[in-house]
Design a protein around this ligand. Sequence first.
Ligand code: ADP
Ligand code: MG
Length: 701
Amino acid sequence: MDHSFLSTPIEFLKGVGPARAELLKKELNICTFGELLTLFPFRYIDRSKFYLISGIRDDSTFIQFKARLIRIQTIGMGRGQRIIATVRDESGEIDLVWFQGLKWVGEMLTPQQEYVIFGKPAMFNGKLNIPHPELEIPSNHPLSLNETLRPIYNSTEKLKSKGLDYKGIGKLIKTLLLHEKFRVPENLTPAILDGLRLLDRQEAFLNIHYPQTPELLQKAQSRLKFEELFFIQLRLMKQRYGRMEKHSGHRFSKVGEYLNRFYHEHLTFELTNAQKRVIREIRADLGSGNQMNRLLQGDVGSGKTLVALMTMLIALDNGFQSCIMAPTEILANQHFNTLSLLLRRLEVKVGLLTGSTKKAQRKEMQDMLLAGELHILIGTHALIEDNVQFRNLGLVVIDEQHRFGVAQRAALWEKNQVTPHILVMTATPIPRTLAMTLYGDLDTSVIDELPPGRKAIITKHVFEPERKKVYDFIRQKIREGSQVYIVYPLIQESETLDLKNLIDGFQSVVQEFPPPEYSVSMVHGKMRQVEKDAEMQRFLNRETQIMVATTVIEVGVDVPNAAVMVIENAERFGLSQLHQLRGRVGRGRDQSYCILLSKYELSAEAKKRLSTMVHTTDGFVIAETDLQLRGPGDLQGTQQSGILDLRIADIVKDEKILKYARNLAADIIKDDPGLVKPKNDILARHLQNIDRHQQNWGLIS
Ligand code: ADP
Ligand code: MG
């Protein structure tokens, strides 16, 4: 098949010199004809619609109207010089303004001529005008492509400075589409095209840029969205099968003494149904002979750690070691304490290895690991250092995985001849659509039920003027023996400012809660890890009653005695973040509270976020709402993946298409795991093509 047109370097396109080619590469990552063609319009202007001048508002985006030129003036001097052309239709007058290219504009404009004017209104000195519009003479529409729906492209300041604004880009794309060699090879099989009645690929490209009709535009969009999502899914499914084939896993066929004794003698409560279900899912994986790759999702406190522990006992019953990797030292410590306590009457050897483990101890631990005398190792990323070697590592549990880079995880995969089973635990619920795309190659288990008897956290939204009441409430709770978090936002763009906010906040908290009666801790991201840990530890030991913090406390540390969470400027936090923060309380026996303090005037979105928090504690509902409010781009952990760098599809809006794509990809891979059958040739080749061109794919674990 001829890919040569699409893979032609962009500098060979008429209108693109070396300078523009360089810029297109830098700004938009466009190096070839094909890549320019996948710069899809972000919206369309209906050019069959004409405005009246009296109907123009400054919130109109691009508009089009017909009017006669009645007056031309050149005003100002030097750099401030500009041309103002006044045009009139039956409803009124408006000024067109040019600041650049004055000589050319002056020559082009013909008084009394009627024009079709196209541009974006702006407000200047309290008056509407249209800066740098496009003018056409009505009878003179050179339409070799249908331009009723006119494409508008995203551009950047730098591109604009080289004449590549939405118009300039549009022109280049038009040149491509009208090129005598323009040809876009199909990449889907006839079976798929017919089965889903999809538009042919070349038609889709033509119609996405210059839609013949609104219906064809819609078909072009569906086709291209499908294609985009389908190949992501196809790739994930293929990888997953490939890995199963390559990595046969350790088979943990039996449940033995360790698990049974723990379950019957040491577990003081009944497992929730969700926990039981998840353990069944895990056991099926472990016994299958394939390597397990499972994502375990569940809200904070839903009992994931316990599930992990039981999984490790199964490993032990089958003669294998396990490890848990935690994102911070303090969390590793906490896991160590919890597990040691739970396992104290079983003969299980548990070790802790972190950055601050002493050298001699480390050596001893390594020897025991190699000898197989240590059964479970808990630690931070110190665990993946080269000299940590297991005798027979069978299971790796990764806690709060979004803190771990994908590369770090991959290092673990490679450490052993037979890849250990992997269980990734996360307390950040991931909406289904996102999970399908981000973790499409992991199996997912969900604990969607909290252990019985938990008191639901009471969440209140309080406006700034009532701050005093909040302080009174805090005083009362401290008197009753509770501890309190007060969290301040930290937003990267203005980190210094936020830090000042935090420190001001800290000082006012100390003023309100002065020593010796009270003592207040502070933790923020600018502190060194050891300082943070020490300060957290003081709070954990109840040496301080109030913890003033930024979102660094978001992840994991368990302080059961903390029953009040106050979030300052709550309107500035994202929904998932609010939910994570709230998860810091509600871990003990007392009724817990989350107080969202905000200013009075709120955007519609902020209102929605805060009311969602007040009305639900269900992490999945919150994650879905968050995804709908913000789109996937901002969600935690998605940036690094690169996979959500979608050109046209939107995993929220296009959920239906995503499901189709996923099901179809699964069916195809089931039938032909290696994509070697001739009928799938076209798919296999397109995947290879993507591999060659998109490094991003390499980041997916
Ligand atoms: P997660 O890791 O999901 O945040 P944990 O496993 O740490 O949750 O469990 C939170 C607390 O609930 C722990 O104290 C744990 O012992 C307890 N717990 C776990 N499962 C149950 C259950 N089925 N019934 C009662 N308590 C439970
Ligand atoms: Mg936990």
